[in-house]
Design a protein around this ligand. Sequence first.
Ligand code: SAM
Ligand code: SF4
Ligand code: SF4
Length: 371
Amino acid sequence: MPEKRISMAYHRQLNAVPVIPAALESPTGFVADMLARPLQELRISLTDRCNFRCVYCMPEESFGKDRVFLPQTSLLTFEEITRIARIFVTHGVQKIRLTGGEPLLRKHIENLIEMLAQLKTPDGRDLELTLTTNGSLLAQKAQSLKNAGLNRVTVSLDSLDDAIFKRMNGVDFPVSDVLHGLEAAHAAGIGPIKVNMVVKEGMNDQEIVPMARHFKGSPFILRFIEYMDVGGSINWKMDEVVPSSEVVRRIAAHMPLEAINSSLTGETAERWRYQDGSGEIGVISSVTQAFCRDCVRARLSTVGVLYTCLFAASGHDLRALMRSGKTDQEISAAVAHLWRLRADRYSELRSATIKDIDRTARKIEMSYIGG
Ligand code: SAM
Ligand code: SF4
Ligand code: SF4
């Protein structure tokens, strides 16, 4: 019998149970890490499963039928997710992004959104509640997501050409269904709606200009993401990365662009507007221009492990704290303590010394920790 591949999510010995500080301070709505970065955003992975097999994320060779995913019982419940989110909000989190895997595969996700939508910042404002999806189930779910309280959505789409898109998503999924999902989200009143395109040289880079042209002047903001090294199974190569500067150059050659200055902390995309006033695009230069110094995001895995960096090899097991009966005050103090000790800046270090970093050192896949 072939050996079953075990998801990285099982390598739990890497994850420490956080220490509860002796003095249980009360949250102040602000906590900064060692590099003075405040805690402002929480990304929550709702499932490690996905109905796509994108070549740059969960390629079929590594995520085939023998792949073992997390059992339902190990996932955080909606009550546990909401409890953690509430604690993070008391420390300054203003934005929550639901991701995965494919978050719309999580059953009754609308119930979770309803629960999260009740949370308020310490000064009484609503949270920014958003979700990143491959769009496959969006047409059928857009209205119920909106009704539950979802403000915004980001939809991944790598090409308008069916043959290229099907090759990239690995499951023959057609472009038209994702476009229907986008329209349904717009019709439901969700907004702003962003479209993420991962650009991989030799695979979909010829789609940069057609995608820009298609979404120019539409209600959807297109963002180009540099292809990142997210773990051993994708066999990443630097020469398959199309730098954002090249993306901007190619689009501007057809449709003139000008930079939009943005001073918002935590903004990952560099924004450019069309000179004719017909909207904007964004570029996310995770590889060529690390944005670690503005990184204000924490990530919560499907099983409740907190990661302070997308590339962290180990995390902090908040589920263990919850399930061993710790109080909100104790968990809150542990979270603040962890964030204060945070010094992660993997991409910055990697850009500085790309040849010295051991790729195999990274242990967590993006579909598990959440993009
Ligand atoms: N399944 C959802 C989706 O595809 O939108 C949410 C999870 S996915 C991991 C989140 C985002 O990460 C997507 O926009 C996806 O394109 C991006 N992503 C995945 N692998 C990537 C890689 N190797 N480089 C850059 N972005 C990647
Ligand atoms: Fe699934 Fe999203 Fe990863 Fe594609 S990028 S395999 S849709 S989790
Ligand atoms: Fe943030 Fe880590 Fe990415 Fe740097 S490498 S931007 S610290 S998640």
